[in-house]
Design a protein around this ligand. Structure first.
Ligand SMILES: [Zn+2]
Length: 60
């Protein structure tokens, strides 16, 4: 099973932990030190929970 990366407040799943979209999403919290934790997820699980593929890294 493919594993992808999400943040709780993000709406995209990412193929790589290093995607700038994921890193930018981490910083969507209140302050710059309030980073969203990156969570690994099964691809099917991410889709089932409403995350969609990141346009930058392709998601899957
Ligand atoms: Zn991405």
């Amino acid at each position: 099973m493919a594993e992808v990366y999400v943040t709780a407040k993000g709406d995209k799943y990412h193929k790589t932990e290093n995607c700038w979209g994921l890193i930018a999403g981490q910083k969507s919290g209140e302050g710059r030190y309030d980073l969203q934790p990156i969570e690994p997820k099964e691809l099917g699980d991410a889709i089932a929970n409403g995350w969609t593929a990141c346009g930058t890294c392709g998601g899957s």
